[in-house]
Design a protein around this ligand. Structure first.
Ligand code: SAM
Length: 395
């Protein structure tokens, strides 16, 4: 029904709202405009705390396909605005079926300019404008198409660059930033440094001086990073082979604006956080990877009786281990004076490892000791140790 209504329009905005309980999103908005017979679409999906945007790079013809995953979600109301008319669709879900009623009303939207355009929310990197860089990074082919195998990585990098752009504003306004114009980024467990090299590229394009320090124990990825930095002319990017903790001990930087660690394996994330604390990083962006350390310690005989059912199945034990690990990491950062939060940075379909621990240093933070007590209570209650806790308490 939706596509029938839209077949005559050259532009529309469809707002999906009033979800049933099982719906993944609280709201979704599709903006679309027809260009030379093809649709250019922009899809925004919202959860309680997050929004995920998918601006289409190229106009595409298949409107049905683009709308399919939203129309099958359980939204009870869809408002479709076109230049000529508004359509209010009410959907009643009963006995496994859906009954829809439609009201056609005069149009309420007046502005149709820039609809679905990337200008509304510009992607940091695009195959159209950044083909050479994306090619050097192994994210795109020589003719500028994102490699199918790298599509998820490209999406993650773009989402994170968006997050960093707003965090960078907070770092930029901190006391240290006024002392030096150089933006210092440390990438711990950098791998091929997809995110941090992209960050250097984007910030330098904006005229910012950036210094990047990448650390990884794998010499092959460090060779790759050095080659890309050379090819791109990033003279202020250094890469070190070694463990985060060993290289971190020797690292001397006047200040650290941002420490990032994307999917650094198991307790390498804790090494990265310990380094961030030692360097007093203004902003910390960490997407944890596999969590084995706490999971392996969770034993039925060590937890209270009421919590034992959580350890019955592998998957609940695994998720519980993840949650405990990241919650303790977050609260240790809070104890150390950071405004720290855990959030999803991209939808689960693009990566299972979609949690982002984001923290901002608050030099004048007071009354943070209760966070220390929280962590201690969790350690006692669950009978586990935390790698970060041990490192921070022993340093
Ligand atoms: C899953 S990869 C992620 C790479 C990169 N951050 C990304 O997101 O594309 C994890 C990287 O961390 C590195 N690594 C794991 N443990 C490390 C440690 N303790 N010290 C330094 N590097 C480590 C690995 O060599 C690997 O390159």
């Amino acid at each position: 029904m939706l596509t029938e209504l839209l077949s005559q329009a050259d532009a529309f905005v469809a707002t999906f709202s009033r979800p049933l309980k099982n719906c993944r999103w609280t709201k979704a908005v599709v903006s679309a405009r027809r260009e030379s017979g093809l649709w250019r679409l922009r899809i925004e999906c919202f959860t309680e705390r997050q929004s995920f945007t998918e601006p289409s790079g190229e106009p595409q013809g298949d409107l049905d396909h683009a709308l399919a995953h939203l129309t099958c979600e359980s939204f009870r109301q869809i408002l479709v605005q076109t230049p000529d008319q508004d359509h209010h669709i009410l959907r009643a879900f009963k006995g496994g079926g859906v009954r829809q009623t439609v009201n056609h009303l005069p149009p309420t939207r007046s502005s149709w300019e820039h609809l679905a355009s990337d200008r509304v929310k510009q992607r940091a990197l695009s195959p159209e404008h950044d083909a050479a860089f994306l090619y050097h990074m192994d994210l795109a082919t020589s003719d500028g198409r994102i490699k199918a195998s790298m599509a998820d990585k490209f999406r993650q990098v773009n989402h994170l660059l968006g997050q960093i752009a707003s965090s960078e504003q907070r770092a930029a306004s901190s006391e240290q930033r006024t002392a030096s114009s150089e933006f210092v980024v440390v990438d711990a467990g950098c791998g091929k440094a997809y995110l941090s090299l992209s960050l250097v590229y984007v910030l330098e394009r904006m005229g910012r001086a950036v210094r990047l320090i990448g650390i990884d124990s794998n010499p092959n990825v460090i060779d790759h990073c050095r080659r890309v930095a050379r090819e791109m002319g990033f003279r202020n990017a250094e890469f070190f082979v070694g463990s985060i903790s060993e290289v971190g001990k020797r690292l001397a930087v006047p200040h650290c604006d941002m420490l990032i660690a994307l999917h650094a394996c198991n307790t390498a994330t804790d090494d990265a956080l310990e380094l961030a604390l030692r360097l007093e990083a203004d902003v910390i962006m960490v997407a944890p990877c596999c969590h084995h350390e706490v999971q392996q310690q969770l034993q039925k005989e060590r937890v209270p009786e009421w919590a034992r059912p959580l350890l019955d199945d592998g998957i609940t034990k695994e998720r519980l281990g993840d949650l405990l690990t990241d919650t303790m990491r977050r609260d240790i950062l809070r104890w150390k004076g950071y405004d720290a939060h855990l959030e999803e940075f991209i939808s689960l379909e693009h990566t299972q490892k979609n949690i982002l621990l984001k923290a901002f240093r608050q030099p004048n933070a007071t009354n943070t000791q209760h966070w220390r007590s929280h962590v201690e209570s969790m350690i006692v209650a669950w009978g586990v140790h935390s790698a970060l806790w041990s490192r921070v308490c022993n340093s």
